[in-house]
Design a protein around this ligand. Structure first.
Ligand code: ASP
Ligand code: MG
Length: 458
């Protein structure tokens, strides 16, 4: 049987009009044997995090949590009694936490955080039943997602896949599984880390050997540029895992592809779709090595601001060995993460994103050579499989930039096969991104690909 995992994020389940669409999408896919994975209603995990953090507000926030779910049930026309039992248990749990002013244990915290997804799964299952589909809410742990006991950042155990397969095999009822959660072998609830429900969907999809995993969210996929910089930016129809990872690194907030690894390793494609615009084709993230007729294309112009460059010059190091090793030893010891690197005979320049420990590192680097630190820079990356190796691309890019007087401060070595990245002054970054988006013809290419690849979801 074709099997589909459909994951709905916080805004997809947390707004009445989106939930109605989500329920319709699942019923339309009934013949594809869907398994639904849900996040908490939007805002609820943040509320629970705050409740755990602040003992003085526990009572108030616990009641707000109840009111929000009852209000939401009413808005979508479901009887509030539906949630009576679960909300009563929530009240007990929250009251127990409220009685202590001590910091909560990590296990207690995860148990409190779990209520967001539990309620959301119950609401979703009830909405499906009202639409005539036999559906049942499942706690991920009870559905087989066993994890270690690293509360707050739990990892699935190797046996999770087989257990998920066994426990979710009996359908109907259509399973609506809580994202974000798991349970230890002895039944204590764990969480997989913030944003973890994408990971849940990938784990469940991989375990069940799904045909596709759909991540329903509030944007129509991963975009060809930040739309705040490039208004005509478009969703990229098809990306490789490496390209999607590159965009995530540059701040595309849609999802973190790392969480999709369990699915992509099993060659299951992942589609990112917009619940508010369900007919948009979205982005399809395909496993490495899947032949893609568009694979040579430039997919996106990404940009990361607030970048600092550090240059170390030492003529004494000319023809000497160990220079780079010493420089990187200093960065490593001070836990400074280095992104781009360029070298010459007598110098090395690196870019740094997080400058937390940079001052200490610079003090040590000064024993190696002259150090120059420049802030107010941005990294711009032309992202696309093969971009780094594509003959003529670099020349084209730098000619375009030179034509409008944008000075390129640093060019990376092309170590990544999926991007060509360079550094410009932050004040010129937006201009560079817009110029390349147009100059490399991204709008036109994406437009063409959208027409060539109609949505399977639409
Ligand atoms: N509700 C959780 C969070 O907000 C998990 C998720 O939505 O992916 O982090
Ligand atoms: Mg999310």
């Amino acid at each position: 049987v074709a099997l589909l995992v459909m994951k709905f994020g916080g805004t997809s389940v947390g707004r009445p009009e989106n939930l109605a669409v989500a329920v319709r999408l699942v019923t339309e896919q009934a013949t594809h044997d869907p398994v639904v994975v849900v996040s908490a209603l939007s805002g609820m995990t943040n509320l629970l995090v705050e409740l755990c953090r602040d003992p003085d507000r526990r009572r108030e926030l616990a009641e707000r949590f109840v009111a929000h779910h009852l209000g939401f049930a009413a808005e979508i026309g479901l009887p509030g009694e539906l949630l009576d039992e679960t909300l009563a248990r929530w009240r007990d749990d929250a009251a127990a936490a409220g009685r202590t002013r001590r910091a909560l244990s990590a296990a207690a915290r995860d148990r409190l955080l779990s209520w967001g997804e539990r309620l959301s799964a119950e609401l979703f299952a009830a909405a499906l039943r009202r639409a005539g589909i036999e559906a049942q809410a499942w706690m991920a742990g009870e559905a087989g997602l066993v994890t270690d006991d690293r509360f707050g950042a739990a990892h699935p155990l190797p046996e999770a896949a087989a257990r998920l397969r066994e426990l979710l095999a009996r359908r109907p009822p259509l399973p609506v599984v809580t994202g974000f959660l798991g349970a230890t072998a002895d039944g204590r609830i764990t969480t997989l880390g913030r944003g973890g429900s994408d990971y849940s969907a990938a784990l469940i999809g991989a375990a069940l050997g799904a045909e596709e995993i759909q991540i329903w969210t509030d944007t129509s996929g991963m975009l060809s540029a930040d739309p705040r910089i490039v208004p005509e930016a478009r969703p990229v129809p098809r990306l490789s895992f490496a390209e999607a990872s590159e965009l995530a690194y540059f701040g595309a907030k849609v999802l973190h592809p790392k969480t999709l690894l369990p699915a992509l390793e099993r060659a299951i494609p992942v589609r990112v779709l917009n619940t508010a615009r369900p007919r948009d084709p979205g982005s399809r993230i395909v496993p490495e090595g899947e032949p893609a007729e568009t694979s040579w294309r430039i997919k996106s112009i990404a940009c990361k601001k607030s970048i600092t460059a550090v240059t170390i010059v030492s003529s004494r190091m000319l023809m000497a060995y160990g220079f780079l090793a010493r420089v990187f030893e200093v960065f490593g010891r001070h836990r400074v993460v280095v992104d781009l690197v360029t070298t010459s005979e007598v110098s090395i320049s690196v870019t740094v994103d997080d400058v937390t420990n940079l001052d200490d590192a610079v003090a040590d680097l000064e024993t190696i050579g002259n150090v120059e630190v420049r802030s107010g820079l941005a990294v711009v990356a032309v992202v696309g499989e093969g971009a780094a190796a594509r003959i003529g691309l670099a020349g084209h890019v730098f000619t375009l930039l030179g034509g409008v007087g944008i000075n390129v401060e640093m060019i990376s070595q092309g170590a990544s096969r999926v991007n060509l990245s360079f550094v410009v002054r932050e004040a010129e970054a937006d201009k560079a991104v817009r110029l390349l988006h147009r100059g490399l013809g991204l709008d036109a290419e994406i437009e063409a690909a959208v027409h060539a690849e109609p949505s399977a979801a639409g």
